[in-house]
Write a protein that binds this ligand. Structure first.
Ligand code: SF4
Ligand code: SF4
Length: 462
C-alpha cells in the first residue's frame, strides 16, 4: 500500500494548518536529516563494487548510491516521491555494514544518513499495532532494562539447562512456530548467570596502576559472551589498568539506531555519558565492535543538543575498542603458547565503522605459537549485521555462504572476530558446514595465553 511521502506530508500539513514549512518539517522529522552530509555524494559509483547487497542482487536501488538517491527523492520537498513500502524495503535491505564509507572518496557518512532515514520512516510509516507492540517491548521495555534482560536470559539458561530445548527440538515444535522457531535455532548456549555477577564495580590493576579505564559490558554481549567480558577485564588488569564498570550505565543504543528508534538511542546515550563522566578515566573500553562504533558516534548523535554536545564529544574521544587500546599502550606480552592456525574476520563496525584494522592482528600476533592466516575478503560482511539474520534470513544466509567458503579455504582451527553478532553468525556457518573450527573473540585467546591455558582445555572437542 502506497502512502504519503515525508515531503508530501509536509506540504499537506502545511496547507491544512497554515503552518510554516519549517514547523511542518519538524513535525515529521525531516528537519533532522543531514542534507549537508547527503550532498557530499558525487554519484561516482566507486562504492558499488564493495556493497554486499548490490553484489548479491545487482540492483542500483540495493546499492549505496541508489539508497542515497531514494533518501533524497523521498525527503526533498520539491521533487518528493511516495515513501512506499517498496522504498522501505530497499532502505531496510541495507546491512548498515558501511563498506561503502571506506570506499567513498568524498567521505559520505552513509551509516549516519541511513539511520536518520530509517528514523524518519519509523516516525511516519503506518506500522501495524503488532509491529509497534514488539518494537516498543524490545527497544523500550527490555534492552534498556538490565533487570528484565537478566531475567529473560536466566530463563533461557534454565530452558537450555533443564533439557527443555532438547525436548522441543526433538518433538519438532520449532517447525510449527515459524519465525519464532527460526529465532530459537539461532539461540547460542547461554553461560551460567552467576558469571556476570563476578564483574565488580572496580577491578584493581595487577601490580602498578598505569591507567584508570572504564568498561562497557554491553547488554546482549554481557548475557551471551560473559566469558569474553570477564576475560577483557582480566587482560586490562594484567596490563596495569584499574577497571571501572559503573552500574548505572545502560545499553549503548546501537540496535535502536540501526532500526530507526533514534529518540530512545539519544536518551540511552545521555545516561551512559553521565555514568562515565564522573569517573575521570583515561579511556573507556568496549569489546563489541557494533556497540563501539555507536559509542564513538555519540558525538554526532548529540551534536545539536545544547547540554550534551560537548560531553558527548569528550566521551566519544575516550572510547576505544579493546584491541585498539592494547595496541596504543605498551601491551605486556603473554607467555603461554597457543599453537593453532587462526584466521581473522573483520567486524564491519570495527573496520568500516571505526577504521580499526591492524590492531586486532597485532594482538593475535603477540601470542606465542599462534599462526595468523589471512582470510580472503576478510573486510566483507558475514551477514549478521545486528538483527539482519532475523529480518532478512535468506539474504543473510547467501552472504554468509560466501564468507564460509573463504573461511573453509584457510583450513584454520580458529576464526577470531571481535563482535557478538559475527561470532554467532560464523559459529552457525561452521556448524552448518561441519567444519572443525571454532569462532573465538581475540581477547579470549589473549586471556588464555596470559593464563597459560592450553588449546586442549578451551577447545576440548578438537
Ligand atoms: S552499508 Fe553496506 S549494504 Fe548498505 S549500502 Fe553500504 S555497503 Fe551496501
Ligand atoms: S557514496 Fe561516495 S563512493 Fe558512493 S557514489 Fe556517492 S560519492 Fe561515490
Amino acid at each position: 500500500m502506497g502512502y504519503l511521502g515525508a515531503a508530501q506530508a509536509v506540504k499537506k500539513v502545511h496547507q491544512k494548518f497554515n503552518m510554516s514549512n519549517q514547523q511542518t518539517q519538524q513535525l515529521i522529522g525531516v528537519d533532522a536529516f543531514s542534507w549537508k552530509k547527503w550532498d557530499a555524494c558525487t554519484h561516482c559509483g566507486l562504492c558499488l563494487p564493495t556493497c554486499p547487497t548490490y553484489r548479491e542482487l545487482g540492483l542500483e536501488t540495493d546499492s549505496p548510491r541508489g539508497r542515497l538517491y531514494l533518501m533524497g527523492s523521498a525527503f526533498k520537498a520539491e521533487d518528493a516521491t511516495p515513501l512506499s513500502e517498496e522504498w522501505s524495503e530497499y532502505i531496510y535491505r541495507c546491512l548498515d555494514c558501511r563498506a561503502c564509507e571506506t570506499a567513498c572518496p568524498s567521505g559520505v557518512h552513509f551509516g549516519e544518513l541511513l539511520e536518520q532515514a530509517r528514523a524518519i520512516y519509523e516516525q511516519n510509516a503506518p506500522r501495524s499495532a503488532m509491529y509497534r507492540f514488539w518494537t516498543n517491548l524490545v527497544f523500550k521495555q527490555i534492552l534498556p532494562n538490565k533487570e528484565r534482560l537478566d531475567l529473560i536470559f536466566e530463563l533461557m539458561w534454565l530452558y537450555q539447562r533443564l533439557g527443555i530445548r532438547w525436548l522441543v527440538q526433538k518433538v519438532g515444535i520449532l517447525k510449527l512456530m515459524g519465525q519464532l522457531g527460526q529465532m530459537e535455532s539461532l539461540l547460542p548456549k547461554i553461560p551460567p548467570p552467576q558469571l556476570k555477577y563476578t564483574i565488580r564495580d572496580i577491578t584493581p590493576a595487577v601490580g602498578e596502576t598505569r591507567y584508570r579505564v572504564g568498561f562497557i559490558p554491553g547488554c546482549i554481549m554481557n548475557q551471551v559472551f560473559t566469558e569474553t567480558n570477564v576475560a577483557t577485564i582480566r587482560v586490562l588488569a594484567e596490563n596495569g589498568c584499574e577497571v571501572v564498570t559503573p552500574r548505572n550505565q545502560t545499553c549503548c543504543g546501537a540496535l535502536h539506531l540501526h532500526n530507526g528508534v533514534r529518540d530512545i538511542a539519544s536518551t540511552l546515550a545521555k545516561q551512559n555519558i553521565d555514568a562515565f563522566e564522573a569517573e575521570h578515566l583515561d579511556a573507556v573500553i568496549i569489546n563489541s565492535a557494533g556497540c563501539g562504533a555507536t559509542l564513538k558516534e555519540y558525538e554526532a548523535l548529540l551534536e545539536n543538543d545544547a547540554t550534551y554536545a560537548e560531553k558527548a564529544r569528550s566521551f566519544s574521544h575516550k572510547m576505544r575498542d579493546i584491541s585498539e587500546f592494547l595496541a596504543e599502550i605498551e601491551m605486556i606480552p603473554p607467555t603461554g603458547e597457543i599453537e593453532k592456525r587462526v584466521t581473522y574476520d573483520e567486524p564491519c563496525h570495527l573496520l568500516h565503522g571505526q577504521s580499526v584494522k591492524e590492531q586486532p592482528r597485532k594482538v593475535l600476533q603477540a601470542i606465542p605459537g599462534l599462526e595468523l592466516i589471512e582470510l580472503t575478503e576478510s573486510e566483507w560482511c558475514c551477514g549478521s549485521a545486528g538483527i539482519y539474520n532475523i529480518t532478512q534470513p535468506e539474504l543473510s544466509q547467501e552472504i554468509l555462504e560466501r564468507k564460509m567458503a573463504h573461511i573453509a579455504e584457510t583450513d584454520a582451527d580458529i576464526v577470531a572476530t571481535g563482535n557478538p553478532g559475527c561470532l554467532l553468525q560464523i559459529q552457525l556457518g561452521i556448524q552448518k558446514h561441519g567444519l572443525q573450527m571454532k569462532a573465538i573473540h581475540p581477547v579470549n585467546l589473549l586471556d588464555y595465553a596470559y593464563r597459560g591455558i592450553a588449546p586442549e582445555e578451551f577447545m576440548p572437542e578438537q
